[in-house]
Design a protein around this ligand. Structure first.
Ligand code: F6P
Length: 369
């Protein structure tokens, strides 16, 4: 029989996403209703690992007052980080090299010192992998699926994705008129890492003429053909959406910075190279817009807010029912619990036979293949 919960902690890790504050609010209120105390850990796990860096000790009591009115705000009141994963913690060696070490055992002792009985870990693949490791070592943990990229498995959606797609779609709507006025090709690069969900959904909703996603190695000649086909029909402008992880068939990933110890590689730049080549081959005036971190900011849509609130309350209900090592997920019939080991380290790509992709093809959108 699981020990009775008196205190839980909540933390947010990885890139921020609209809806994080709504999850925190929901966790705090739902746990308070059960008579539990809730503590927030600052900046992923940094707050509990490096208390000396924080005037309040890095772990602080989250009362209802602290979360009142935050549900509609972007970002996270706890702060976040996508560096210094405790399972692969970078350490400077005397010979000047940097090595990764696993500090999870040490991390567990900090939870014990704070008398934390359970953790709600809100994050993407990286944070959920850490959560799974902590669960295996004995901490009660429930994960909450966050990412604008929507690339987590076993959930219909992650919170943050709808907001990112909505904003990208609005940007595409705005770009149509200026592209048409100037008879230009506008190339719009969107985030998403190695998955094309944002590009696909926003591209179709925003009436793009070509969409390049990591799941389909593209042939630029096919995009050129689309631009020319439109010209032949009297449409002298085109909108091309490029996912940051898209690659030409046999081509290279666009990278801003390679992976280094303690930090994953940073994607970006493919929009620029697609635009340069499209401009050179078609002879058309071409411009690039990189939406980048704008997709991570702003207030969550009502869909993301509701999903976030449901996930937060669902995580607390799960812990109360004795669950651990699970992630709350959106299933067909509502919030569900799936084993973290079925999610951690498994990326969900756009299936090539999904109806959304087929819809794009039916509408005449080029996917560069
Ligand atoms: O995973 C979310 C995400 O926004 C990706 O789409 C993007 O590649 C990455 O994070 C950017 O991270 P950073 O905050 O390090 O620029």
């Amino acid at each position: 029989m699981a020990k009775t919960i008196k205190r839980i902690a909540v933390c947010t890790g990885g890139g921020d996403a609209p809806g994080l504050n709504a999850v925190i609010q929901s966790v705090v209120i739902a746990s308070d209703n059960l008579g539990w105390q809730c503590y927030g850990i600052r900046d992923g796990f940094n707050g509990i690992m490096f208390p000396e860096r924080y005037p309040d000790g890095g772990v602080y009591r989250l009362t209802r007052d602290k979360v009142r009115g935050i549900g509609h705000l972007g970002g996270t009141i706890l702060g976040t980080t996508n560096k210094g994963n405790p399972l692969h913690f970078p350490v400077n060696m005397p010979d000047g090299t940097v090595r990764e070490i696993d500090r999870s055992d040490e991390l567990l002792t900090y939870f014990a010192t704070h008398e934390i009985d359970a953790l709600v870990s809100i994050g993407g693949d990286g944070s959920l992998t850490i959560a799974e490791a902590l669960h295996r070592k004995g901490l009660r943990v429930v994960g909450v699926p966050k990412t604008i990229d929507n690339d987590l498995d076993k959930t219909l959606t992650t919170f943050g994705f709808d907001t990112a797609v909505g904003f990208a779609t609005e940007c595409l709507d705005r770009l149509h008129s200026t592209a048409e006025s100037h008879q230009r090709v506008m190339v719009v690069e969107v985030m998403g890492r190695y998955a094309g969900w944002i590009a696909l959904h926003a591209g179709i909703a925003g009436n793009a003429h070509a969409i390049l996603i990591p799941e389909i190695g593209y042939d630029l000649d096919k995009v050129v053909a689309k631009v020319r086909e439109r010209e032949a029909d009297g449409h002298l402008y085109s909108i091309v959406v490029v996912a940051e992880g898209a690659k030409a068939k046999d081509g290279e990933l666009g990278l801003v910075a390679p992976a280094e110890v303690g930090h994953a590689e940073r994607l970006g730049g493919i929009g620029e190279s697609v635009a340069a080549r499209l401009g050179a081959v078609t002879g058309k005036d071409t411009r690039v817009v990189v939406l980048g971190h704008l997709l991570r900011g702003g207030s969550p849509t009502s869909f993301d807010r509701l999903a976030a609130l449901r996930f937060g309350a669902g995580a607390v209900r799960g812990l109360d029912a004795g669950q651990s090592g699970v992630m709350v997920a959106l299933g067909i019939n509502g919030v569900d619990y799936v084993a973290l080991e079925e999610v951690a380290g498994r990326m969900r790509n756009v299936p090539l036979d999904c109806d959304t992709l087929q819809t794009g093809r039916d509408l005449g959108i080029s996917f560069g293949d």
